[in-house]
Design a protein around this ligand. Sequence first.
Ligand SMILES: [Zn+2]
Length: 106
Amino acid sequence: MTPGVTVWRCTACGSLFFPRRLLCATCHSPDFAEAQAVAARIEEITEIRHVLGQTHWAPRRLANVRTADGLAFTVGLLDGSQEGEEIALFQDGTAPFGRRLKESAA
Ligand SMILES: [Zn+2]
């Protein structure tokens, strides 16, 4: 698990994307530069209680988050963060996760 989530910024118009796209949805440029998103605010939480075919499934919480730059995506929550909270972002492989910014509140 590493701090921050790798996102892609269009070098032509500055639009941000996660996950990466082949072409910028705004200006259709194929050129992107990597950037790091380190924090975001939770807009909505979904709890996944059951998954078909999975017998040993612990409930997982997914959050729709939005960064200060306006980029929205979905992360797995590592703690009891609630809607409206600002969370720190992490990455495990290509999967994004988040938890409360303050260690003491976790
Ligand atoms: Zn662009």
